[in-house]
Structure formats: C-alpha cells, structure tokens
Design a protein around this ligand. Structure first.
Ligand code: AMP
Ligand code: MG
Length: 493
C-alpha cells in the first residue's frame, strides 16, 4: 500500500485541462509542520513516512507512488480585468484521494515553474506559506469552509521578492481546486464542449445530487450561488477579509481558497482593506458580498450555452438572472441567522436586522474591536452588572452602548432567555482567539528573520481552540497596541 492512497480523476479530463509537469526539486527541504489529524482523515499513512521522507514528498523532491503531478489551466478576472490564461503558475496538483466518499485534491504551492508561470519564479516565500497555514487552519476551526493545510516545508533556497527571502512550500487540500476562472478559460476560447465536460465533472464530484435535476447546469449555478453566499456571510461574521477575490480565487466547491494578503479585522471598519495591492478598496470588508455576486455573474456567463433549452437564449439569460438575483436574499438570510446566533437570539423577530446593524454602526464609529465586542457580550447577563464595563470600555460613547445593551436585553427577555444556557451558546460562536494580524506578522518575522518557528507553532496551537478560554494565553486574545498594528498585508508573489 502506498502511504498516500492516490485515486486521480482530473487528469482524465484530458490535456485541454492541464499540463503534466513535475515539481522542481529544492536544495534542502525541512519539514516545518505536518497536520497529522488531517492526514489521518484523508487515509494517509503518515507513520509510514519518517520526517525526512515527509519533507521530500511535501517539497516535491520525491514524487510519491500513485501521484500524477499536473498544473491546472484557468483564466480569471483580476481586479475587474480579464486575463485569458493564468493557471497554476506555482502550484502542482499531486493527485487526489477519496476519504469517506469525498474526493480531495492534494496540491503543492511554491513547487516551481509550470507552463503557466509567465514571468514568475514558481516559488513562494516562507512568510506567505506560514500565513496560509495559520489562516486556513484557523478558519477550519472557526467552522468556515476552507482548503486545509497538510504540510509546510522550508526549501533551503532564497526567493527574490522586495529583497531575498527564505522559500517555503505549502501542501493544500481541497474538495476541488476548480475555480470560476477554470470555467472562464474554456468559455473565453469558445470551447463549449470543455465547459460542459467541466460542469459534468464538478456535478459528479461535488454535487452529485444535482445530476438528476431537469437542467443540471441551472441547478449547478444555483448551488454555487448558494454556497458562495453562505461562505461570504461566514467571512463577514468573523471579520475575515480575503483581500484578492478575483474570479480565479473563487472556488466552485464553495471553499475559501488562495490565501494571499488576507487578514482578520481588529477594530471594526466596514471599509477596511489590508492588501497592499488593493489600492481602490475593491475587496474591502464591506464590499465582499457585492463582489461575490459580481464574480458569480462571470460564472453564470460561462454556463449560458448550457442553460439553453431549444434556442431561446433570452430564456437562458432570464433564468440565470433570476438565480443571480437570489444571491442577495440568500446572503442576507445566512448573514442574519449567524448574527442572531452571535447575539444569542434563539428566535426571529422583525427588528433583529436593525438591532444587529445598530450594534455594528456603533462598533464602526469607534473602531471598536469586533471579536472582543461579541466575546464580551457573550458573558453578560440579562440584568445590567459591573461586567458591562468589559464591553463598554471598547466604546467612546458610553450612553450609546448602554442604550443599545438595554434594547438587546429587552429582546432577550422577550424570548425568555436564560443566562447560563445563552452564554454557552454565544461563546460557542463568538471566538476569543482569531489569527490577529500582528500575531501572524510576529510569527512570520520570527521565522523569516531569526529562523525561530516557535511563535508560529504556538499560534497554530492556540487557534485550534478558538472558542475556549485558554488560561495563560491572554496575550493571544488582545487587540494590537498602536505600535503593533499591521496596516498592510502583502501577497508575496
Ligand atoms: P494569486 O495572486 O496567488 O492568486 O496568483 C495569480 C496568478 O499568478 C496565478 O496564475 C498564479 O499561479 C500566478 N503566480 C503568482 N505568483 C507566482 C509566482 N511566484 N510564480 C509563478 N506564477 C505565479
Ligand atoms: Mg490564485
């Protein structure tokens, strides 16, 4: 039995969809972190591989038995402009495994040049590798659909960015790396057969229940709209900013993918942007829902020929528009459901959306810490007490937050809310620990500048239990001091 039970399917779509290419070996691969729990869930026999073998495989120096490395081709709208050919310029799909009836891609990122590298070096710096590892695993623990991190290695080689930086490779796992941009690639070159083949592949692999629908392609569009609306609602509920929501970074399987200059907000600001390359704020926190819908319109356009029944193209457009218009309602309902949970509300009332947005407005006005505000709220009782100070201290205007708390309490009382039971529910959805930007940055600095990986490992450990108070780890819960604040994140490409 090979250590990784590969069972590959994407390769069978044929050479239009990929280029066969092997990873480029690196000088001195060292295993930084390996995700044993994930490996076990994927049916990987990690014990069969010693540390050096893991480092060799997850750097691409050794091709494991059963792997059939390839780079996927795709296009994409980047910051609104269309690039007809992008593709895996520094990633390589090693192959797929099937676990519990679910198929997963195993992909190296930073593994060298491919036919899609254009002027890039095919490599990743260690910093962005660590950032992606920390962020995607934190997201998984926060209950957000996401690609996972299986391994991180350092390469022993330097990469040229702003200066010279140590190189790294991350191994990512996804329910499928097919993107909106994959569909766009084939639609743009007018290859309808390939669009259909890809849609059939996605339906069979990710949404097999849709195979029996009257029009499976219309059902696929509806499902992807639904998944993305719910995904973005989850981002909004935890203060996550993706940073580069280009269509090539939007997953058809509905996962958060391609972690670049992404970040969690500290102080709440609807217009918050961290990414150094997002100068216009296209992918600002508050813009994520409309941009998600914009990307889905690009997806729908690629499916139009498949939505035709007979040759009534107007009917196809009308049905796509109808589905796209549902995005807002699906998003809003998912967002409101989650926000009700964050406020501890067990029932629905007509004014709930207003109660939520008034709280967010107060947070926004004072740039109050988003995560701590909800966490502190989770410990309050229905009767005002000295504990109110924990949340009130986050705000400049005491009278306004007091007035809001009174409304919230009234609402809780209207549904007979019990303190203990509600506090437990709220603490299970309002995290205490998130991958705060200054902590991520400090972990990266220690690794890149001093070869010290301890802060990275410690941060990963804390983030495995984001909802449980961890005594002695108070530092990980607090917002940055002014001098610690990180104002920009870099994608490192
Ligand atoms: P990203 O911003 O990481 O989503 O990448 C956008 C596109 O640029 C994708 O096609 C990547 O494969 C490609 N790319 C990014 N960085 C590099 C690099 N260092 N070398 C080659 N291609 C890259
Ligand atoms: Mg990308």
């Amino acid at each position: 039995m090979p250590a990784i039970p590969f069972d590959n399917s994407y390769i069978d779509l044929g050479p239009d969809f990929h280029s066969r290419v092997a990873p480029e070996p690196v000088a001195d691969p060292q295993l930084i972190r390996f995700n044993h729990e994930l490996a076990a869930a994927l049916g990987i026999d990690a014990d069969a591989l010693d540390t050096a073998e893991k480092a060799a495989i997850f750097s691409g120096n050794v091709i494991p038995e059963g792997a059939e490395p390839l780079a996927m081709v795709y296009a994409g709208h980047q910051f609104g402009g269309f690039s007809a050919r992008l593709g895996d310029g520094r990633a390589i799909l090693l192959g797929e495994v099937v676990a519990d009836g679910q198929r997963f891609d195993i992909q190296l990122k930073g593994s060298g040049r491919t036919p899609y590298s254009r002027s890039g070096d095919g490599r990743a710096a260690l910093g962005p590798v660590l950032r992606e590892y920390i962020l995607c695993e934190a997201m998984a623990r926060l209950g957000v659909p996401t690609t996972r991190a299986l391994a991180a290695v350092s390469t022993g080689e330097a990469v040229r960015r702003e200066g010279m930086l140590p190189g790294g490779i991350i191994t990512r796992v996804s329910r499928s790396f097919v993107r909106v941009g994959t569909f766009e690639y084939f639609a743009a070159i007018g290859n309808r057969d390939a669009v259909k083949k890809l849609a059939d592949y996605v339906i069979a692999r990710n949404y097999s229940d849709l195979g029996a629908a009257d029009n499976p392609y219309e059902a696929l569009l509806a499902r992807v709209i639904d998944r993305q609306a719910r995904l973005i609602a989850r981002w909004m509920q935890i203060g996550f900013i993706h940073g580069v929501m280009n269509t090539d970074n939007m997953s058809i399987a509905g996962e958060t993918i391609d972690y670049g200059p992404c970040a969690f907000m500290d102080g709440f600001d609807h217009n918050q942007v961290y990414s150094s390359i997002d100068r216009e704020g296209r992918y600002a926190y508050g813009n994520q829902p409309p941009i998600g819908q914009w990307n889905l319109i690009r997806f729908a356009e690629t499916l139009l020929p498949l939505l035709l029944t007979g040759d009534d193209s107007r009917a196809a457009v009308a049905s796509a528009e109808r589905l796209l218009n549902e995005f807002r309602d699906i998003y809003h309902a998912a967002w409101l459901d989650g926000m009700r949970e964050k406020l501890g509300l067990a029932t629905d009332a007509p004014d709930d959306a207003e109660l939520v947005s008034d709280f967010l407005d107060l947070l926004d006005r004072d740039n109050a810490d988003f995560t701590l505000a909800f966490r502190h709220l989770s410990s309050l009782g229905v009767e005002p007490s000295a504990q109110d100070e924990t949340i009130a201290s986050l705000f400049a205007n005491r009278a306004e937050i007091d007035a809001w708390l009174a409304r919230w309490r009234q609402r809780l009382c209207s549904e007979g809310s019990q303190d203990g039971e509600r506090q437990q529910r709220m603490q299970a959805v309002n995290p205490l620990y998130i991958p705060r930007n200054h902590l991520v940055e400090a972990a990266i600095r220690a690794a890149e500048d001093h070869g010290d990986l301890k802060p990275f490992h410690q941060l990963c450990e804390v983030l495995q239990n984001p909802f449980e108070t961890q005594p002695g780890r108070e530092e990980y819960a607090r917002p940055p001091k002014p001098e610690e604040r990180v104002l920009q994140t870099f994608c490192g490409t």
